[in-house]
Write a protein that binds this ligand. Sequence first.
Ligand code: S3P
Length: 436
Amino acid sequence: MILLTTPSQSPLIGELTPPGDKSISHRALIFSSLARGESQIEGLLIAEDVTATANACRQLGALIELEGGHTRVRGTGEKGLKAPGCALDMGNSGTAMRLLAGVLSAQPFKSELIGDESLSRRPMRRIVDPLSRMGARIETSPGGTAPLCIDGNPGLRGIEYHLPVASAQIKSCLLLSGLYAAGRTCVIEPQKSRDHTERMLPVFGVQLEQPCCVTGGSKLTAAHVNVPADISSAAFFLAGAAIVPGSDILVRNVGLNPTRDGILRVLQAMGADVEVGNHRVFGAEPVGDIRVCYSRFMEGITIPEEWVPSLIDELPVIMAMAAVTSGTTRIRGATELRVKESDRLSVMAQGLTALGVRLQEYEDGIDITGGGVQGGEADGAGDHRCAMSFAILGQVANGPVLVRGARQISTSYPEFAEHLLALGGNVKVQAVSPPV
Ligand code: S3P
């Protein structure tokens, strides 16, 4: 799929509710599948990544029914999963693969987790090493990537594990396997990563001990989860409104978990006109409405490294914003971007360079000097967040921007182009015919 954007003749104006939070949606499905009884999920993200998790949970025995925005899950109970008849395909989703690997390592059956080309390049030793210390038996490719062939071991032992990087996927994988392991499993992080697992497990009746420990044998009981709108999807429009002259948008029901809200701090520090109001809670997660108006006073900043975990998925769109704000934006401590759905530092650096942006790429970050963007072609390289970031930048370029490699937008935000158009943005979606 290709997106063709032409500079917005009009500002971005209006209200928007982005789709459900992807991280919370994966967890809601997995936890409900492991729970006894029927769970209800409101506002689940309906997009390819979460569909991969839903399909895998069905193959493992959960009954999942979707009706409008409402999802019912009849779980198997934590001991009731059944051996899947074939490999579980996690598509593009690292979260689905890593979290389910934690569960499957402890089951009394064999299973195999596979993924698409991008997921099959992503590092899995980061979960396989600690899981093996717990007694898991997992084979990877020689490079430590998927497919993961898991010979489940119901006799796992709890461990204390110091994460080498701040990663909610590793942390959640280990907490899930820890639910089945003898004794306690504790995870210690170098910096706090998103804490949706720690917030949601108690909703399903599992008590965590501080700081981040579970005890094997804990039972999950069915629950009701209300999924907030995804701040990572909202981020494209928050950034867009800040840089498209005359814009004024209100984004509703956005998850404001403090481990995810770094984009708001960056917008404010850059001089954007941002207001957050209507604070409330959806279950264990804080939520609010965010208004952003265009600001002519946006300036580049040095992003403090300690903010990086709380805005890791928003860095591509922050790089896009930096291309049109005055001064230089400096990002460091972001090596993790190299092992996301693509090498996001390299994909963004190449795309921005193709659009005439001045930048310097580093192993762990990038410096971007704002000064405007010219029309041209940028390749999202099959990475949803890079493709959407280029499409937002296309709204303020000096000419049309063609965004290639945009098909994977449907992994997290299938309605992106429709929402951009509804706010007054300019985007055309072109299908690419498959090679003959
Ligand atoms: C996620 C954790 C983060 C994030 C990803 C979703 C999660 O990855 O980038 O999009 O749902 O746990 P890491 O755990 O690799 O940092």
